[in-house]
Design a protein. Structure first.
Lengths: 477, 428
C-alpha cells in the first residue's frame, strides 16, 4: 500500500495557506513546512523493556520562514489553534518584531541574502509500505523481539544483556508557499540487536542493524543478526589493543560508510562554504582521492531511511556526484546557502524537526562499487587489518582531519585472516591521503541507515551511508 | 487539551500507575556569520509525555508504555491513546516496581526568564572578544530557552518548575599565510555567564597561534596525558555512570558500596557529590525528570561508593528507594597545583576532534586537534594529529587531579586531570 498522508495536515492546510498568503503581502518570501510524523519504538532487554511512540523523527508542528529586506527569520509553533489563523499571523509578526527590536538595539548588521525562488510546483508523493507503525500487530512484534533477546541470553553465560530494538516512523510533510504545494508521506524502519558480554571485569558490547524505507515488515530480518552479534561481543572480550601504526586496511561496508560520511559528507556541506569553514570549497575540480573513488550523495542515490521526495525547504530530492574518479565535482547544498553561493540547491536542506533551523545535511552518502571480491582484497594484504563495525566519527572540514571509532580489526597476514582480533580501534588521518591510497573496491555494496548525524555536536538528523569494501592505508591506534 | 483533562482520563483508565510530563518551551535563536546575522528564529513548543504502568496478572511484574503528543489533540484522541498504552504496557513485563510517593519539597521559585536580556548578553559578550586578523570569530549560534515543566503522577507528585536553558555554539578561527584552522566549542548553561564565557573564549583565542605552528604529535607509546574542559567532564562521567542504579543492575558497573572501585590505587582519589544548585548550570531544578526531589549527596568518597543514584525502576530493584536522577555534580579537587600536574614529560590535550569515554567498557579515545607536549626539561611545544586511547579501569589507579576546579555547565570538576600510561598514537 501507499503510506497514507496525514489527515491532520490536510485539515490545517487551508489555514496555513491563509497565513502564508497574508504574510506574503509584506514579505519578499514566505514558506511553511508542516509536519505530522508518527512512530513506534519497542526495546526489549532481559532486564528492562519499553514501548513508546517517540522516535528521533516523530513530530507535529509548523515552521514559517519569512524574508524581508534581505533578512531571513523563522517562527516554529505547535501550540496553535488553526481555527483562527489570524491569531497565528499576529503572533508571528509580534515575535519577529520583538527580535528585530533587540537586533536594532544591539546594532546587529545583517548577512544580506536575496529572495528564494518560488516557481510554481505541485507535488504529492507516497512511498510503498506493507505495514504502518501505528497499525502494526504489536503483540506479535513484541513476542518476536522477546524471543530474540531470550535466545541471545541463552547463547553464553558471558552474555549479560541482549537487546532487540525495533523502531519505525511514518513521515508526513507538507511544504507551502504562495506558489508551491508539496506533500509527501513514507515509512522508514530500523532494527537493532545488541549483546553485552562480560568476563574478568571486562564489559564489551557489539551490535548490528537493519534499516530501510519500509514499514515494520523489515523487522523480520532482525533474527539473522543475533548470532553474529553474540559471537562478536564474545570475541571482543578476548580482543587485544592494537599496536599503533600505519597499516594496510580493508574497510567493511559499514566502516566505508563512516568514512564517506565524515570525509566527503560533512566536508562538502556547502553552508560551510558560505562560512569559509570547509577546505572542499577550494578543491572543486581538483584531485582529492585515487582514480578508484567515485562518490554520490542524495536522497535519490539509495533507498534508505532518508530517501524522501523533497527536502525541508521544498526542493526536490537529488543525486549529486561528489567525486568522480578521484576528482571533487560538487558539494551538497541547502537553498539559502545555494542562493548565497550562486549555485542550485541539491535537495539537502534538512531540519532536526520543525522547531529547528535548516542546515545543509546529508541523506545517502555512498562510495561506488569496484571490480574486486572481498577475498581478492584480503589476499592482497601482506600485513594489515579488516576493519568491522562503527561506533562514531568526527571530521575537521577546515583541515580534512578524520576520526573514526571502529568496533574491531581482524588481523590479516600474508593474505589470510589469522583469527586475531584487536579492539577498539581508532583510525585517524588526513582525508586526501586516506582516499588517495584506495587501490581496490569490492563489487558489492551495502547501505546503513540506523545512525543519526549531528551538525557539530547538535541538530541530529537521520542519515544513511555505505559502499563496498575498500582497500587503503590507515593510521590505527 | 489541558493537563487536568488528561489526568482525569488516566484516573478513570484503571492503570496501575501513570505519569504526565508537560513541557512548554519558548526559545529564541540567533545565528551569526562573523558578526552578521545569518537568521533569527523563535519557537513556541508544548509537549505532553504520558507514561502508563500496568501490573501483570500474577502481580510480579510491571510493564510501561509512553506516548508523546502535542497540545492540540482532542480528548477522544487522548482517551484512545491511553487505551493503546494500557494494551502496549501489558505486552511487556519488567520485575515489579512502584512509583515514588511525593516527598517534601521546598517551594519552587518562579524564575523570570528574560529571553531578550539573556540573548543580548550573549551577543555583547561575543562582540567584545579581542579579535585580531590572526584569530577571530568565524561564526556563532545563540539559543536561549524559557522552559516550564510540570510533572504529575498517580502517586500524588505534582511539581511545576520554570528555568532558563541556554546554548552557545562558537567557531573560532586562526590563520597565517600558510593555512587556517578552527576550534569548535559548545557552551551549555542556564543564563549567559558572561565572565566564564569570556575567560574560556579568550583562552581559545590564545590557543589559535599555537595550533597554526603545531608540529605533528610524535608516537609516544605510553605517556601521561592531561585533560581539561569538557573532555575532563567525560572522564568523570565514568565514575558518575558507574554509580547509576541502572548500570549496577545491568551489571555494566561492578562498583560496590563501601569497597574501593579498584585495587592498588596510588593516585588522587575521587569524591563525587550531587548538587541541587550550581551557579550557571542549565540543570538547577528542584526535582529530577520523574518528580523526585534532588539533594546534595555524597555518592563516592575517596574512590569508595557511598550511595547510588538513578530513576525509580532500577533504584527499586536495588532496594535504593531514596535515590534521584542527579542534575548537577561536583568532584572535589585533588592534591596537585597546576605546575605539578603539568610537569613533564606529559601531553596536555586541549582540543580533540571528539573525545569520548565509553562509560560501560571504560574505553576512551580521541583524535588530537591541539596538545602541548611538556618535556622533562620544562620545554613546551604545540602538537597536532594522532590520537590517544586506553581504558579508565586502568587509569583510576593512578590519577592526579588539580586543587583548582572549574565548572562546565552542570559539572564542577578539577580544572586539570592527569592520567598515566595512556596510549598515544603519533601523526609523524
Amino acid at each position: 500500500m501507499k503510506a497514507p498522508f496525514s489527515e491532520y495536515l490536510e485539515g490545517i492546510a487551508p489555514a496555513v495557506k491563509k497565513a502564508v498568503d497574508d504574510l506574503s503581502r509584506d514579505h519578499d518570501y514566505v514558506s511553511a513546512l508542516c509536519t505530522d510524523s508518527k512512530g513506534l519504538v519497542i526495546r526489549i532487554g532481559s532486564r528492562s523493556r519499553s514501548i513508546s511512540n517517540k522516535t528521533m523523527t516523530t513530530e507535529r508542528g509548523v515552521v514559517f520562514r519569512v524574508c524581508k529586506d534581505k533578512k531571513y527569520s523563522e517562527y516554529a509553533v505547535n501550540t496553535t489553534d488553526w481555527s483562527n489563523p489570524d491569531a497565528v499571523i499576529a503572533e508571528i509578526r509580534k515575535e519577529l518584531e520583538l527580535q528585530d527590536d533587540l537586533l536594532k538595539t544591539s546594532s546587529v548588521s545583517i548577512f544580506e541574502t536575496g529572495v528564494l525562488e518560488d516557481e510554481p510546483i505541485e507535488f504529492f508523493g507516497q512511498k510503498e509500505t506493507e505495514l504502518l507503525p501505528e497499525k502494526t500487530d504489536l503483540k506479535t512484534l513484541t513476542e518476536k523481539l522477546i524471543a530474540i533477546s531470550d535466545k541471545g541470553m541463552g547463547m553464553s553465560d558471558k552474555i549479560i544483556e541482549c537487546i532487540a530494538r525495533a523502531q519505525s516512523t511514518h513521515i508526513s510533510k507538507m511544504f507551502l508557499t504562495k506558489n508551491r504545494d508539496l506533500r509527501q508521506s513514507y515509512v522508514y524502519s530500523e532494527g537493532m540487536v545488541a549483546a553485552v558480554a562480560s568476563a574478568d571485569g571486562s564489559v564489551k558490547e557489539d551490535y548490528k542493524t537493519v534499516s530501510g524505507i519500509r514499514g515494520p515488515e523489515l523487522f523480520d530480518e532482525m533474527e539473522a543478526l543475533l548470532e553474529p552479534v553474540v559471537n562478536g561481543a564474545l570475541e571482543l572480550l578476548d580482543a587485544k589493543p592494537i599496536e599503533p601504526g600505519e597499516y594496510e586496511i580493508i574497510t567493511s561496508p559499514e566502516v566505508t560508510g563512516l568514512i564517506a560520511h565524515e570525509a566527503f559528507g560533512h566536508g562538502v556541506e556547502m553552508d560551510m562554504f558560505v562560512k569559509h569553514r570547509a577546505l572542499g570549497a577550494d578543491y572543486i575540480g581538483k584531485r582529492v582521492a585515487s582514480d578508484n573513488v567515485t562518490m554520490h550523495e542524495g536522497a535519490l542515490c539509495a533507498d534508505n531511511v532518508t530517501s524522501y521526495f523533497f527536502d525541508d525547504e521544498g526542493v526536490m530530492a537529488g543525486d549529486v556526484t561528489e567525486i568522480e574518479k578521484g576528482i571533487l565535482k560538487s558539494g551538497i547544498c541547502d537553498s539559502l546557502a545555494a542562493l548565497r553561493l550562486g549555485v542550485k540547491p541539491t535537495g539537502n536542506g534538512k531540519r532536526e524537526n520543525f522547531a529547528h533551523k535548516v542546515y545543509t545535511r546529508m541523506t545517502n552518502t555512498m562510495f561506488d562499487s569496484g571490480s574486486y571480491t572481498k577475498d581478492e582484497m584480503i589476499a592482497s594484504v601482506k600485513y594489515g587489518y579488516l576493519l568491522e563495525g562503527m561506533q562514531s566519527g568526527m571530521e575537521d572540514p577546515k583541515h580534512w582531519g578524520i576520526q573514526c571509532i571502529i568496533q574491531k580489526g581482524r588481523e590479516i597476514r600474508d593474505g589470510k585472516l589469522t583469527g586475531k582480533v584487536v579492539a577498539p580501534v581508532i583510525m585517524t588521518g588526513y582525508v586526501p591521503e586516506l582516499l588517495g591510497n584506495i587501490t581496490m573496491c569490492s563489487t558489492d555494496r551495502m547501505v546503513f541507515g540506523s545512525g543519526g548525524c549531528g551538525k557539530g555536536h547538535k541538530e541530529w538528523v537521520k542519515v544513511a551511508d555505505g559502499g563496498p569494501y575498500l582497500k587503503t592505508k590507515g593510521r590505527l591506534g | 487539551m489541558k493537563i487536568e483533562q488528561i489526568k482525569e482520563l488516566l484516573e478513570k483508565s484503571g492503570a496501575f500507575a501513570w505519569r504526565i510530563t508537560q513541557t512548554k518551551t519558548k526559545r529564541w535563536e540567533f545565528y551569526f556569520i562573523r558578526h552578521d546575522l545569518d537568521q533569527n528564529r523563535s519557537a513556541d513548543i508544548e509537549n505532553y509525555q504520558i507514561t502508563v504502568f500496568v501490573k501483570s496478572e500474577d502481580g510480579k511484574g510491571v510493564g510501561s508504555a509512553t506516548a508523546e503528543m502535542g497540545p492540540d489533540e482532542t480528548p477522544e484522541y487522548v482517551e484512545l491513546t491511553i487505551k493503546d498504552l494500557l494494551f502496549q504496557a501489558s505486552l511487556i513485563k519488567d520485575s515489579y516496581y512502584e512509583l515514588k510517593a511525593p516527598a517534601a519539597l521546598s517551594e519552587a521559585e518562579e524564575t523570570d526568564v528574560d529571553l531578550n536580556r539573556i540573548s543580548a548578553n550573549f551577543m555583547d559578550t561575543v562582540k567584545k572578544l579581542p579579535e585580531t586578523d590572526e584569530v577571530f570569530m568565524n561564526s556563532y549560534e545563540i539559543f536561549v530557552s524559557d522552559v516550564k515543566r510540570r510533572i504529575v503522577t498517580s502517586t500524588g507528585i505534582d511539581v511545576t518548575e520554570k528555568y532558563p536553558v541556554s546554548l552557545l555554539e562558537t567557531v573560532v578561527n586562526a590563520r597565517n599565510s600558510e593555512h587556517e584552522i578552527e576550534f569548535y566549542k559548545l557552551y551549555d548553561s542556564g543564563i549567559c555567564m558572561k565572565n566564564d564565557l569570556k575567560t574560556d573564549l579568550e583562552k581559545t583565542f590564545e590557543y589559535g597561534p599555537s595550533r597554526l605552528v603545531a608540529g605533528k604529535t610524535p608516537s609516544l607509546g605510553k605517556a601521561d596525558v592531561v585533560f581539561s574542559g569538557e573532555d575532563a567532564v567525560r572522564v568523570y562521567e565514568y565514575f558518575k555512570d558507574g554509580l547509576d542504579c541502572a548500570f549496577i543492575h545491568m551489571k555494566y558497573s561492578s562498583f560496590k558500596k563501601g569497597e574501593p572501585i579498584a585495587e592498588g590505587i596510588t593516585g588522587d582519589k575521587v569524591t563525587l557529590k550531587t548538587l541541587k544548585n550550581l551557579d550557571g548550570s542549565s540543570m538547577n531544578m528542584l526535582t529530577d525528570p520523574e518528580g523526585t526531589p534532588i539533594e546534595d549527596r555524597v555518592l563516592m568518597e575517596d574512590d569508595i561508593p557511598k550511595a547510588f543514584h538513578g530513576g525509580t525502576k532500577f533504584s527499586y530493584y536495588l532496594g535504593e528507594k531514596d535515590t534521584f536522577i542527579p542534575g548537577n555534580y561536583e568532584v572535589s579537587g585533588g592534591s596537585c597545583d597546576k605546575d605539578e600536574i603539568l610537569k613533564g614529560p606529559v601531553l596536555e590535550c586541549v582540543f580533540f576532534s571528539d573525545f569520548q569515554v565509553d562509560t560501560m567498557s571504560g574505553d576512551l579515545f580521541g583524535e588530537i586537534r591541539l596538545a602541548f607536549l611538556h618535556e622533562a626539561d620544562g620545554t613546551v611545544r604545540p602538537v597536532t594529529g594522532g590520537s590517544i586511547s586506553g581504558n579508565m579501569k586502568d587509569f583510576v589507579r593512578n590519577m592526579k587531579m588539580s586543587k583548582e576546579r572549574s565548572r562546565y555547565d552542570n559539572a564542577l570538576i578539577p580544572t586539570y586531570t592527569r592520567l598515566a600510561d595512556v596510549t598515544v598514537t603519533g601523526a609523524e
